[in-house]
Design a protein around this ligand. Structure first.
Ligand code: ARG
Ligand code: ZN
Length: 476
């Protein structure tokens, strides 16, 4: 929400006859803010409206990297608007607002930002429908020196963090504005189009092309919306608890293909295990996509995407546990600001320790101790603050590893029972929305009944190697 208050120009009561019409503030329409107010990424997201649904309907030709179609956005205004922004980098043909053609132009100060001026100003608290028609070659679109769209020999991947939507659909691109999605992509018959949620159906409207229609019914952050086009081997089944389970493997994974399958096919078992720690799995579907076109992994909602290299030396269920833990921490409960990234990466890394213990490969205390002892006190590792690493170090090792150690320090301070109650209450109270580190600290104090400001200040917000235990102890 990015509500602004203005001093109203409303009626001034001048006499007895007008007292029925009390102080109706009519704010003059003004432009929506070009950002959601996130200090790390000032142009991420936009002010003045909240999106409830994206209907993305595209055709993609891998041979030429041509992406074309429309995105329809359903949103509600939160102020009166003379204009509003969309985060988007592709070439736009037309924009309709409530079925009336609107003017549009690139933001003068920022690439990947489109300013839309409706024919008439919009009232606050009004439901609007915005239809954007576009066509472009996403791999040629550079925003702030970067291209998130990853062209592969047989397709492309829309997989990145903190931004990827600007290369394939117009959006209010900030994790605080979550929405449901229909993602429908027509591709040549020899490739598949994978995305989030449930495959509602596959349709054929013209020879040689197939349209894949995906649906996400739970609120989803924009960076967690995903698209993978390629000659994948696609497998569909049902999890033991009755959810669609869709996996896709890039045949170019080669010798690692069986290791990848041995890992990703265990997703339902891993999600069931994580559910015993964090509360029930939060979404309607599961799965995973393995691609050689990616060097990292990303927790796309319901369907994480894994770089094939994760499986180079055999099975790797740690990365599957990590990306699936994000379904609770990051996807169901999203970041209030990008500086809160510890709430994603520290928690998903700690979940790897929990899964290792389940597999008989060491306890969380042992694993945390190993990492703690690995970095001497003068290592630059201890200079990065997991609670506010800066945009350039958002995915630094410290956010992951020191972030996980922070949770072990919390656990050893409050005890197992309070620790898991904190985690479960956190998800139960915030799923479907977004929250901040300060909310987690407050919840931890509330559930445990212990003062914890010092612990979090030391572990998340102070440079230097903290003591692992109480009174300067070097063990957890
Ligand atoms: N959230 C991802 C993970 O689970 C990290 C993504 C890093 N982003 C990137 N562009 N390399 O670890
Ligand atoms: Zn992660």
């Amino acid at each position: 929400m990015h509500m602004r208050t203005r001093v109203g120009l409303g009626a001034v009561a001048t006499g007895i006859a007008t007292t029925l019409f009390t102080a109706t503030a009519i704010a003059a329409p003004e432009p929506g803010a070009p950002g959601a107010g996130d200090p790390y990424y000032p142009f991420a997201g936009n002010g003045g409206y909240d999106v409830s649904h994206y209907d993305i309907r595209l055709t993609y030709q891998p041979a030429t990297d041509q992406l074309a179609g429309t995105t329809t956005i359903r949103a509600k205004t939160t102020q009166s608007l003379s204009s509003f922004d969309l985060d988007f980098g592709l070439h736009v043909n037309s924009v309709l607002v409530n079925n009336i053609p609107a003017q549009f132009h690139p933001h003068p100060d920022e690439n990947g930002e489109l300013v839309v001026t409706p024919a008439k100003p919009l009232n606050p608290n009004q439901t609007i429908t915005v239809v954007v028609n576009y066509a472009d070659t996403p791999s040629k679109v550079v925003i702030d020196g970067y291209t998130a769209w990853k062209k592969t020999p047989d397709g492309a991947l829309a997989v990145d963090e903190p931004q990827n939507s600007q290369w394939w659909f117009p959006a209010n691109d900030h994790p605080t504005d979550k929405a449901t999605y229909d993602i429908s992509v027509e591709v040549p018959d020899n490739v598949s189009a994978l995305s989030n949620g449930t495959l509602v159906r596959k349709t054929k409207q013209r020879a040689g092309w197939t349209r894949w229609n995906w649906r996400s019914t739970q609120p989803q952050a924009t960076y967690l919306a995903t698209l993978e086009v390629g000659a994948f081997e696609v497998d569909q089944s049902i999890t033991p608890d009755g959810k669609p389970f869709v996996t896709a493997y890039d045949p170019a994974t080669g010798e690692s293909l069986e290791a990848a399958k041995s890992s990703v096919e265990r997703t339902p078992e891993i999600d069931e295990f994580l559910g015993t720690k964090f509360g029930p799995y939060p979404f309607e579907a599961q799965g995973g996509v393995v691609s050689t076109g990616l060097s990292f992994a990303l927790e796309a909602q319901t369907r994480p995407v894994y770089g094939a290299a994760f499986f180079r030396s055999g099975s790797n269920t740690s990365v599957v546990a990590h990306e699936n833990a994000h379904q609770w921490f990051g996807d169901a409960v999203s970041l209030g600001r990008w500086s809160d990234i510890w709430l994603n990466e520290g928690f998903a890394s700690y979940a790897e320790y929990l899964w290792s213990e389940h597999e008989g490969e060491g306890t969380p205390a042992e694993l945390a101790q190993y990492i703690y002892d690995l970095y001497p006190a003068d290592d630059p590792f201890w200079q990065v603050l997991p609670g506010d690493p800066g945009a350039a170090k958002q995915f630094d090792d410290a956010v992951y590893d020191r972030g996980a150690l922070t949770l072990q320090a919390l656990r050893s301070t409050v005890g197992d029972e309070a620790f898991f109650k904190i985690l479960q209450t956190w998800v139960a109270e915030h799923k479907g929305g977004a929250a901040r580190i300060e909310d987690f600290i407050a919840l931890s104090e509330r559930v445990s009944g212990k003062p914890l400001q010092d612990l979090f200040r030391t572990w998340l917000f102070t440079a230097g190697k903290p003591a692992a235990g109480p009174n300067g102890a070097s063990t957890f």
